[in-house]
Write a protein that binds this ligand. Structure first.
Ligand SMILES: Cc1cc2nc3c(=O)[nH]c(=O)nc-3n(C[C@H](O)[C@H](O)[C@H](O)COP(=O)(O)O)c2cc1C
Length: 371
């Protein structure tokens, strides 16, 4: 059994206005189980999150701020009264179990299919196809992304407004804060990229132009919540799967970090790595180190951590906490397992996206026999 008192993962953490009891955090994870029609969170979703309330903090699955922001079947939204009520059930269940949960606000941009938009193309910074695959649901399976139309300059305030309204609804639904999704090849990442973004107006070209939309969204969301309950997820240089290339991420993300410092944003959630845990670099790269040093809020690293590599990353000061994806999905009591050095349930990939209770709320916790 590890010494909880000395374990870096079990020290409390001040995260803006939030006080986290530990540093084992649950990553945002799409599970594609919202009620249809209407993309509404359900009682089943509430049980899933409530089971994981021992996380220092839960980040909700990506949640579309508008119908235009949708790109996958069965994902939840935060733009209708019914969705807001559904999410209230989730936040109440998490709070009843002593947890904290922030909502991840999402606009997929061009990572979508015209089927979700009444046959109209999805939107993006430029009319460039992501060349990715989109899950349409059920027997229709996967289809190639539709070529987007470029958002007109006059539409961009409306995008900012979608995020602001989502933030307002998230507040009414009882969340503890919100995270803006600026990673994984979605709309804000598309604008940050010099590949996906070929605009020649004030939102494309130079670094300051490419970060503009993300900065405006962060300001709008912070105006609803106060900056001390707002964070941003980034994945510098990790957009290749959605065709979002970044030829020189460092100046983009350092400029963005400076803007977030000016606003006083609570945290940065940084996807540092995708892949197998044993291939995770043991030392942070220059890009991540520089962002970490520059940012004045909390730095939260994610990507293929194990208990040991997470402990090491927190202990060395590289990150303030570790965010766990697949392991948290499969182990509702992940912090307790780490505390005890207990074995972990393996994640079942076939039930990651879509389906019912199976592979969702039936992962076992440690039994009394193991205590
Ligand atoms: C099933 C699944 C769904 C995911 N959905 C999201 C999502 O909605 N938003 C997001 O930012 N990242 C999402 N991710 C990425 C995770 O948050 C995380 O960055 C990734 O899994 C790496 O962490 P890990 O190695 O600890 O799993 C998802 C990952 C998985 C496995």
């Amino acid at each position: 059994m590890s010494q909880t008192s000395a374990d870096p993962l079990f020290q409390p953490l001040e995260l803006g206005a939030l006080r986290l009891p530990n540093r084992v955090l649950m990553s945002p994870m799409t599970r594609s189980r919202a009620r249809q029609p209407g993309d509404i969170p359900t009682e089943l979703n509430a049980r899933y999150y409530a089971q994981r309330a021992s996380a220092g903090l839960i980040f909700s699955e990506a949640t579309q701020v508008s119908p235009q922001g949708k790109g996958y079947a069965f994902t939840p939204g935060i733009h209708s009264d019914e969705q807001e009520a559904g999410w209230r059930g989730v936040t109440e269940a998490v709070h009843a179990n002593g947890g904290r949960i922030v909502m991840q606000l999402w606009h997929v941009g061009r990572m979508s299919h015209e089927e979700f938009h009444n046959g109209e193309p999805p939107v993006g910074p430029s009319a460039i196809n992501a060349n990715a695959q989109i899950f349409l649901g059920g027997e229709r399976g996967f289809a190639p992304t539709s070529t987007p139309r470029a958002l007109a300059l006059g539409e961009l305030p409306g995008i900012v407004e979608q995020f602001r309204q989502g933030a307002e609804r998230a507040k009414r639904a009882g969340f503890d804060g919100v995270e803006i999704h600026g990673a994984n090849s979605y709309l804000l990442h598309q604008f940050l990229s010099d590949g996906a973004n070929q605009r020649t107006d004030a939102y494309g070209g130079s670094v300051s132009n490419r970060i503009r939309l993300t900065v405006e969204v962060a300001e709008a969301v912070a105006s609803v919540w106060g900056p001390d309950r707002v964070g941003l997820r980034i994945g510098p240089g990790l957009g290749a799967m959605g065709g979002v290339t970044e030829s020189d991420p460092l100046p983009v993300y350092t400029a963005l970090t400076d803007e977030l410092n000016r606003m006083g944003l609570a945290y940065l959630d940084v996807i540092e790595y995708f892949g197998a845990p044993d291939k995770r670099p043991t030392e942070p790269g220059d890009l991540h180190r520089q962002i970490r040093e520059r940012f004045r809020g909390a730095y939260l690293a994610n990507g293929a951590f194990t208990a040991e590599t997470a402990r090491q990353a927190v202990k060395s000061g590289h990150t303030d906490a570790a965010i766990f994806g697949a392991l948290f999905l499969a182990n509702p009591d992940l912090p307790e397992r780490f505390r005890r050095g207990a074995p972990l349930n393996p994640p079942q990939r076939e039930s990651f996206f879509g389906g019912d209770a199976k592979g969702y709320i039936d992962y076992p916790t440690l039994s009394w026999a193991e205590t």
